[in-house]
Design a protein around this ligand. Structure first.
Ligand code: SF4
Length: 325
């Protein structure tokens, strides 16, 4: 197999607030997910499913990983994440075993947690080193409103699955809670979430909120004081992760950041434009843009349905000229 800069299933390393340099593995086609979260920073789900299958050939993924490791990827973590829900991939166990044959870097799994009630999913994750599931609601109605799950998924089933998995898994579980202003960041909803967190007992409860343009305009970021209040309610295991740690970049990261900035200095682009223009994985682009926006090096703004990114300091007339033509 011949690889170019844009491998099909392996991307990065990308700077991650929690995982340092994270080498991502994308196991499902773009926006194949069991949820359609209103805050999703990858846009609306185009294939909402709970069907588990080998969406991409296992051998291809492992071959790409080997190539990226051999060509200097140097990750802190190998992370199963990407542009949908990784536990929909049916060959997780041999994949994790295959990763471990190729590197001693720890394997992290970023999952929405919706399938953790499934014993097969549980078993297949047991050899991972870190699992980060999500929980964004304290009851069924809010679950339906925020996560817009596949109809086969009920709130109780999902929460029960996360709880059971936490009991079985011997390594760290960090539960991510995505807080949205006016929806789940305060009041009864937050109290219910706090009760569930105490029941699930993850090693950490990580509070996150909107930093990139969400799938739906009405998904608004929880302000800092609400996040701090929530962290107090959740107790010692809570931490706020919306604002960045200083991430160390390797040469690969630096080069991709420079490419993206170079492009945005010439013209404002959507995230898709950047991915297509630079032949990068959409997740990789999203991570870099997230960081560049937080550093105020890049500015993002909506124009109707579309979200454009531009280098900070690009003049208004330049922006108009670029968009018009
Ligand atoms: S945020 Fe994650 S779980 Fe929610 S729709 Fe997007 S990819 Fe799926």
């Amino acid at each position: 197999m011949i690889f170019n800069e844009r491998c099909q299933h392996v991307f990065g390393p990308v700077p991650s607030r929690r995982l340092g340099r994270s080498l991502g593995i994308d196991l499902v086609p773009f926006k194949t997910c069991s949820y359609d979260c209103i805050y999703c920073q990858l846009g609306r789900t185009t294939n909402r499913t709970i069907e588990r299958k080998e969406y991409v050939p296992l051998d291809d993924v492992l071959e790409e990983l080997e190539y990226r490791l051999a060509t200097g990827a140097e990750p802190d973590y190998v992370t199963l994440s990407g542009s949908g829900e990784p536990t929909l991939y049916s060959r997780l166990a041999p994949l994790i075993a295959g990763i471990k044959e190729r590197t001693d870097r720890p394997v992290a799994v970023l999952t929405n947690g919706s399938l953790l009630w499934d014993r097969d999913v549980q078993e297949s994750l047991l050899e991972a080193d870190l699992v980060i599931p999500s929980l964004d609601a304290g009851d069924e109605a809010t679950f339906q409103w925020v996560n817009r799950p596949h109809p086969a998924l009920s709130f109780e089933r999902v929460v029960g699955g996360i709880e059971e998995f936490c009991r079985r898994f011997r390594k760290p579980v960090w539960l991510e809670v995505f807080l949205l202003k006016g929806l789940n960041a305060t009041g009864v909803q937050l109290e219910r979430i706090a009760r569930l967190v105490h029941r699930i007992m993850p090693d950490r409860a990580q509070l996150n909120s909107v930093t990139r343009p969400p799938s739906e305009d009405f998904a608004r970021p929880a302000p800092r004081d609400e996040l701090e209040q929530a962290a107090r309610l959740l107790g010692d295991r809570a931490e706020i992760i919306t604002e960045g740690d200083t991430t160390q970049h390797n040469e690969y990261c630096q080069a991709r950041r420079a490419d993206i900035l170079g492009l945005l200095r010439r013209r404002p682009c959507t995230s898709d434009d950047v991915a297509t223009g630079l032949r990068l994985h959409p997740n990789e682009v999203a991570k870099h843009l997230d960081e560049l926006v937080r550093e105020h090096v890049v500015v993002c703004e909506r124009d109707g349905e579309r979200v454009f990114y531009r280098a900070a300091g690009l003049l208004k007339e330049d922006r108009k000229r670029s968009r018009d033509g």
